[in-house]
Design a protein around this ligand. Structure first.
Ligand code: DC
Length: 224
């Protein structure tokens, strides 16, 4: 008998609280987790370490097929396991985020990563966090969420997040970068950031992490 592996997707722009929410769901259900943004970021890191130009689509696609990445939740932290790469601590900074958004428009890279991302689907289930999880990577997900929040709120959360991780934050530069990234992620030709038609849309602007997590877990409980 073939067991159907359930997937829950959480899509939305940066700073809406996807990461913390996905960790909470994965922990609660004891499911696997895929941080697809970290996959794009790790590919950038690997390309820089291997001195591969971020404009060389063919070489990036070949690297995308082979670089080693996995995720593990430890206490409330998501550990990104990238084998054999240096400067892993840089993966979350905004400059790498911007470069990840640059390479994310390359069709061959997306095609290879599509299959790699699908391979994270394992029993008992998967929580997938990203931009195109519910639309392209896991269109048959059993539950789909699309989170949004006001730009002001997302900016505030992102600053706090980066500061917590020990990065220096230049406010003006950060605002420009977030806007540029939003614009590119939403307007690219392949897999743009759009809500899946069957996604539950939630505005998290005025919700605490606790409120957001509770609302989402209550919704999930109706289906599982
Ligand atoms: O979620 P994040 O900030 O770590 O994502 C970094 C970039 O990676 C994002 O700006 C665009 C790209 N990305 C993507 O194109 N598709 C995804 N599913 C996830 C991220």
């Amino acid at each position: 008998m073939i067991m159907k592996i359930p997937v829950i997707t959480v899509d939305g722009p940066s700073g809406v609280g996807k990461g913390v929410l996905c960790r909470a769901i994965a922990k609660k259900l004891n499911w696997h987790i895929l941080d697809s943004g970290a996959v794009y970021r790790a590919l950038v890191l690997s390309a820089i370490n291997h001195r591969i130009s971020l404009k060389h689509e063919q070489k990036l696609a070949a690297l995308a097929a082979n670089f080693d990445i996995d995720f593990m939740i430890n206490a409330n932290k998501l550990n990104i396991l990238i084998k054999g790469e240096k400067n892993k601590q840089d993966i979350r900074n905004e400059a790498i985020g911007e470069l990840a958004s640059d390479i994310a428009v390359l069709p061959k890279v997306r095609e290879v990563l599509l299959y790699r991302q699908r391979s994270f689907k394992k029993l008992p289930g998967l929580i997938a966090d990203g931009r195109d999880m519910g639309t392209v990577v896991f269109p048959n997900a059993i539950i789909k969420f699309f989170l949004d929040a006001s730009f002001e709120e997302r900016k505030k959360r992102r600053i706090l997040q980066l500061q917590k991780m020990g990065f220096d934050v230049n406010l003006n530069k950060l605002i420009t970068r977030i806007k540029k990234r939003d614009d590119r992620d939403c307007n690219r030709l392949i897999s743009p950031l759009v809500p899946a038609v069957d996604a539950l849309r939630i505005d998290s602007t005025n919700l605490s992490v606790y409120e957001l997590t509770n609302r989402i877990l209550t919704h999930i409980a109706q289906f599982l």
